[in-house]
Design a protein around this ligand. Structure first.
Ligand code: COA
Length: 322
């Protein structure tokens, strides 16, 4: 059982915030952010919600696929920054696009969310419970940032990416995934505080905290190993791969993964959008996929690798035929 991508879409908030703009808000500089991460700017919400961005991306994906929303059996949204605890973002998207026949739910696998969603769709397809799915990765991370912490707020952006995928008998879908909850503290954002007459602790609102070096080490060790395993399972070698579409966290992580996989310094097979978007967690991979697709970089039958990694800690690497 394999997955076929019928269409892709993405949506970014209108407001672009450059590194120089951020230097007006926290003690940082374009030079520091650019040299440590490769990021030059990011799109930040001035009111756009996770649901709105998801709906915009989904409509574009449906349009490209040329299918009606009623034919979608399954909607999965990977997000760590939903607008509401409930209903799920996926149910809100379902209502907005009129996908009345779909089962819809969210998953929290942070930056691996889109990949985990694709694997869930593959399982539904294998069981015969769905034939066509809408998989979305969407974030308004600016909601969960501490805008006084220069160590984190400069790294992230907002946006959504979506793909319509269908079950197919031939083709390729191999995924390797993992989680390491014991290292979860390395990238954490606590829930809203409990405030009721029975709760004794003086809780306060909390935002994202990150041990940047721990996350960096985790990424450069785990991601190439997972990609290699997925490629082995698929019987695919570097020469067969058209593009590696990696989670867009940091250019130095991508360079390091590229070196470990291909032995060279060239990033030709590793397209990037982080320069203009920053890290959009679950949104990164599907937005990059849509970018590559709309730029005409992908043709039917091309073998691509996609990989996500992040909070949890979680990771996933997949090989598929476009
Ligand atoms: N601007 C200017 N200085 C900054 C800064 C900023 N935005 N953020 C941190 N600094 C400072 C620190 O305060 C520290 O100063 P000090 O030496 O006076 O204490 C110095 O820069 C070095 O900080 P450090 O955190 O050690 O930097 P680093 O070289 O590890 O780079 C990251 C930080 C976040 C760029 C890097 O660790 C990283 O990319 N990690 C991976 C993060 C990631 O991708 N997370 C998402 C995964 S999904």
């Amino acid at each position: 059982m394999a997955l076929k991508i019928l269409g892709t879409g993405s949506a970014l908030p209108e407001k672009i915030v450059t590194n120089d703009d951020l230097a007006q808000v926290v003690d940082t500089s374009d030079e520091w952010i650019r040299s440590r991460t490769g990021i030059e700017a990011r799109h930040l919400s001035t009111g756009e919600t996770t649901t709105e961005l998801s709906v915009r991306a989904s409509r574009l994906a449906l349009e490209m696929a040329g299918v009606d929303a009623e034919t979608i059996d399954l909607i999965i949204v990977g997000t760590v920054s939903p607008d509401t605890y409930f209903p799920s973002t996926a149910c809100c998207v379902q209502a907005a696009i009129g996908a009345v026949n779909a089962v819809a739910f969210d998953i929290n696998a942070a930056c691996s969310g889109f990949m985990f969603g694709m694997e869930i769709a593959a399982s539904y397809f294998s069981k015969g419970s769905a034939k066509r799915a809408l998989i979305i990765g969407a974030e308004v991370l600016s909601r969960v940032m501490d805008w006084t912490d220069r160590g984190t707020c400069v790294l992230f952006g907002d946006g959504a990416g979506a793909a319509i995928v269908e079950s197919r008998e031939d083709g390729l879908w191999e995924l390797v995934q993992g989680s390491d909850g014991a290292k979860g503290e390395a990238l954490i954002c606590k829930n809203r505080p409990i405030q009721n007459p029975y709760y004794k602790e003086a809780d306060k609102v909390d935002y994202t905290h990150m041990d940047g070096q721990a996350v960096f080490k985790f990424a450069v060790r785990t991601v190439p190993a997972a990609i290699k395993q997925a490629m082995e399972k698929a019987g695919v070698e570097d020469g067969d791969v058209k593009y590696y579409l990696l989670h867009q966290a940091n250019i130095r992580i991508i360079e390091s993964v590229a070196k470990r996989l291909t032995g060279g310094d060239s990033l030709e097979k590793f397209p990037t959008i982080l320069q203009k978007c920053g890290n959009i967690s679950a949104g990164s991979v599907p937005i990059l996929l849509d970018y590559a697709n709309r730029e005409g970089m992908l043709s039917e039958g091309d073998k691509i690798v996609m990989a996500g990694f992040g909070a949890g800690l979680t990771w996933a690497a997949a090989v598929m035929e476009f």
